[in-house]
Design a protein around this ligand. Structure first.
Ligand code: DC
Length: 226
């Protein structure tokens, strides 16, 4: 039996990077749920749907295909939008659509369906509390806004994504933290049974090793077919 691993935490805490590496190591599938909210936001913006028009966004979603490939490529209705969903404008728009309960219900249902087969590492804000309440391992990953802004800035430069300076990114991160933790629908919060890891001063490898050692008891059981 394979397990599911839930990784939640604020934006730019390194969730996707870590989840991707762990998935490669374990031969699991990484599912970046933030990319689904970003796709929803991108399509709404492109179609001129107001970011407070919940019904409009929901109706749009009914005819929207979001496909997350194992190599990290994101397809929206067949178009590769991997870069287009990472701009600062779409980050803010994604935060707006993620407040809509009906949008969340639609995307959560898609995520739960995908994870039925087990062997998933899913990262987001509500994975341990809503999407995969029964995940065998739940991680709550945090880092200071300054550390996260530095990382996001470097990542943007490396990926050729237009970027603001570090201080502006840190300010946006603080704003999104506030919005993610104070919204009414599934606010970002640590599940009671999640293990918190502050990655501010940890390398990617150190975080992976910490999670792997927490997963080990389950993986051993998996190997012995118990
Ligand atoms: O992780 P990210 O920055 O790509 O997420 C984009 C937005 O989507 C962010 O504002 C939080 C929101 N989100 C969410 O509400 N629930 C999730 N499971 C994943 C992301």
């Amino acid at each position: 039996m394979r397990i599911n691993i839930a990784i939640d935490g604020p934006s730019a805490a390194g969730k996707s990077t870590i989840a991707k590496k762990l998935a490669e190591h374990l031969g699991y599938v990484h599912l970046d749920t933030g990319a689904m909210y970003r796709c929803t936001a991108l399509k709404a913006v492109r179609n001129g749907i107001a970011l407070d028009d919940e019904q409009g966004v929901c109706t749009m979603l009914e005819n929207t295909d979001i496909c997350l490939m194992t190599d990290g490529t994101v397809f929206l209705d067949g178009e590769d939008v991997s870069k287009a969903i990472r701009t600062d404008e779409i980050s803010l728009a994604a935060s707006a659509v993620s407040k809509m309960p009906q949008v969340r219900a639609d995307l959560v249902a898609r995520q739960q369906k995908m994870a039925e087969a087990k062997g998933f590492i899913m990262d987001g804000r509500d994975i341990g509390t809503v999407v995969l309440k029964d995940a065998e391992l739940k991680i709550f990953m945090t880092a200071s806004p300054e550390a996260r802004a530095e990382r996001r800035y470097k990542q943007n430069i490396e990926k050729g994504i237009p970027t603001s300076d570090v201080e502006t990114i840190a300010e946006e991160i603080r704003q999104r933290d506030y919005e993610d933790t104070h919204r009414a629908a599934s606010p970002l919060k640590k599940a009671d049974d999640a293990v918190e890891i502050d990655t501010s001063y940890m390398s990617i490898q150190e975080v992976c090793d910490a999670i792997l050692s927490l997963a080990e008891p389950f993986l051993v059981r998996e190997g012995s077919n118990e």
